[in-house]
Design a protein around this ligand. Structure first.
Ligand SMILES: Nc1ncnc2c1ncn2[C@@H]1O[C@H](COP(=O)(O)OP(=O)(O)OP(=O)(O)O)[C@@H](O)[C@H]1O
Length: 624
């Protein structure tokens, strides 16, 4: 069976099936780029709600996002479900990470930057392996597969000589050569990545492997498929097209939110960053810069295309695929000569019902097709191809070094991200705040064994890397949201204290009633407020917050004082009782002084009786 590791295979669902869709006319492309996609995916994904703020389709400098900080937990923000791929019984057996437990996020107020983020627990990078089938050339020269698939995400490299031991590697999932493109979408965990991108996380799916191992095939299908304008429902399409469809499905399932999608597509060719949506940039490569604000790298002047429809995303993909650098060598007639990064940014405006505030999250998903590592002897590279191969190998070596440093949790030292453009751009995904899926592509044949083992080792190392995903939110929204929440919590606490202490709740007499309270602003109008009014709104919230804090402290002070008074009274009471008992014991022994007086508890009248006489009376009455 093709998917021994998956235990149970689910066929393509009808609602996702590419074949069942109707053709509809294509919408105008987002830019002047040419394209031939003939089927609209609107019928598949429907149209999503795109409202204001309306963004312009123009070149824009990539805006860096938020920074990572620590803070306290809150409720009502997106939660992150742990576990890669689908969380059902059939898949758990092959998922080493798939605990299915739920992880709540926590809202953090930045102390360092200007933004607020939502943290989740640490997680390992998800690593899956895809084995390509034998190609014509390998079959014709009698090469054979040396890989075995015992299940549970394991792959065994048997060796050429009986004296050598077989090597066993374990991953989240292993896709055997017969696995289809749809299987990769379903079981690789990319769906989870897309769900998290919609929730505001930075996600990356990248393919790694030697040249000709099927990286481009996995991401975009066989050579020329996308560029030929094939139907978006073609079963040969790779992860990217399928992910676009799934992304729009997710968006349509969230009608309560507004979404704005933007896409960019770049390649790193011979250590130069080229905008694939603006081929003119090949003459003047783009700069990778460090943002102090977001504490991350970004590409300056990268073209961002608004994608209101699924077709717009296809158009971006098609245009980029047409412009990327491809060459031929002895091991692959359509070899990618560059690393490509296709990025879809997902801005989501969500209204928080409890507080009435609309906040925005900024998620993204990167699809990274790395150029393949090459043994130049085997690829017979010379001249330009050799220079490309050297650059590719150098940047992959830096990536490998970064991965190895990152995976060594105990002695994590300096990570040399700055040593290549590729690692600068992947730094966020590898190290810190993102959610990452690595698809290690391998060839199963004897002739590729050493490269296959290298890739599997590389992937095993990457699997050890821990990251701590965060949601990126607008600093302004997050600040207002957290202040509102604090105010609500303080108001509730103060109300409770007032009633517990029987403190006057007449607001006319409230010493704090003179304070200015923020006027209620419709959440969706927040964006239209001028800067000065926004500043005032934040100031008002802060003032209210601080007044409530003062009131809170005073109420706590009153309560503490009352508790102290009560304690003193109790002690005084005990002291007096003790004294009374001492006096009483002396009186009982004395025939003259009456003993401790007692109150007869009969009815409501407290009648004092002399114990001496009452005891004498009781003896007399018993005697009579
Ligand atoms: N799983 C697969 N099923 C069928 N054909 C495949 C598969 N994987 C790869 N191929 C075919 O193998 C050839 C090489 O694949 P591809 O170009 O994707 O390799 P690559 O790893 O991207 O190489 P490079 O690093 O040189 O770009 C292509 O013709 C591709 O269609």
């Amino acid at each position: 069976m093709a998917l021994k590791n998956l235990q149970l295979f689910h066929p393509v669902k009808p609602d996702m099936g590419y074949q069942h869709r109707q053709a509809t006319p294509m919408r105008a492309p987002p830019t002047a780029m040419s394209r031939n996609i003939s089927k609209s995916a609107e019928t598949l994904a429907g149209s999503i709600k795109f409202k204001e703020p309306k963004t312009r389709k123009a070149r824009s400098t990539e805006q860096p996002g938020a920074s990572l900080v620590k803070g306290s937990s809150v409720t009502g923000l997106p939660t992150l479900t742990k576990g890669w791929g689908r969380d059902d019984d059939s898949l758990r057996s092959r998922s080493r990470n798939g605990s299915g437990s739920s992880r709540a996020g926590s809202l953090d107020r930045s102390t360092r930057g200007s933004s607020t983020t939502l943290n989740s627990d640490e997680d390992n990078i998800n690593v899956v392996v895809r084995v390509r089938p034998l190609n014509e050339k390998e079959r014709s020269c009698g090469d054979r597969s040396l890989l075995e698939y015992p299940g549970k995400g394991q792959v065994i490299c048997t060796n050429t000589t009986p004296s050598q031991k077989a090597k066993v590697f374990s991953y989240n999932v292993v896709f055997e050569p017969e696995a289809t493109q749809e299987d990769v979408l379903e079981y690789s965990g990319v769906k989870r990545l897309l769900e998290m991108a919609v929730e505001g996380f930075s996600c990356t799916a990248f393919c790694y492997g030697q040249t000709g191992s099927g990286k481009t095939h996995t991401l975009t299908g066989p050579p020329g498929l996308v560029e030929s304008g094939a139907s978006p429902y073609s079963p040969e399409h790779g992860l990217v097209v399928r992910s676009f469809v799934y992304l729009f499905r997710l968006i349509n399932e969230r009608p309560e939110s507004n979404f704005i999608l933007k896409a960019s597509f770049l390649e790193i060719y011979n250590e130069k960053v080229i905008d694939l949506l603006n081929p003119g940039s090949a003459r003047k490569p783009l700069q990778v810069r460090w943002s102090k604000e977001s504490r991350g790298f970004y590409v300056e002047n990268l073209f961002m295309v608004d994608c209101e429809q699924l077709d717009d995303l296809f158009a971006v993909l098609e245009e980029g695929m047409r412009n990327r650098a491809v060459g031929a060598h002895a091991m692959n007639a359509h070899s990618s000569r560059s690393h490509t990064v296709l990025c879809v940014r997902v801005r989501r405006d969500i209204r928080e019902h409890a507080s009435g505030v609309t906040c925005s999250t900024h998620g993204k998903i990167n699809f990274v097709d790395l150029a393949g590592s090459e043994m130049t002897k085997r690829t017979h590279s010379t001249g330009k191809t050799l220079e490309e191969a050297n650059n590719i190998n150098r940047s992959l070596m830096v990536l490998g070094y970064c991965i190895s440093q990152l995976s060594d949790g105990k002695k994590r030292g300096h990570i040399p991200y700055r040593d290549s453009k590729l690692t600068k751009l992947l730094a966020d995904s590898l190290a810190g705040n993102g959610v990452t899926l690595m698809i290690a592509c391998i060839a199963p044949t004897r002739s590729n064994l050493s490269e296959t083992v290298n890739t599997l080792r590389y992937a095993a190392r990457a699997k050890k890397i821990k990251s701590k995903p965060i949601v990126k939110m607008d600093a302004r929204d997050a600040l207002i949201l957290s202040l509102k929440r604090e105010v609500e919590a303080l108001q509730a606490e103060n109300e409770h204290l007032r009633s517990a202490l029987h403190v006057q709740t007449d607001y006319n007499l409230d010493p704090y009633s003179h304070r200015r309270t923020p006027t209620h602003i419709e959440p969706n109008k927040l964006y239209q407020l001028p800067q000065s009014e926004l500043v005032e709104l934040v100031q008002l919230h802060m003032e209210e917050n601080s007044a409530l804090r003062t009131e809170n402290t005073e109420l706590f002070g009153v309560r503490d004082q009352l508790l102290r008074d009560q304690e003193l009274l109790n002690r005084e009471n005990e002291r007096l009782l003790k004294k009374l008992e001492d006096v009483n014991s002396v009186c009982v022994r004395s025939p003259i002084i009456p003993a401790r007086p007692t109150y007869s508890g009969s009815n409501d009248t407290n009648i004092w009786t002399n114990p001496a006489t009452s005891s004498a009376n009781s003896i007399a009455s018993r005697g009579s």
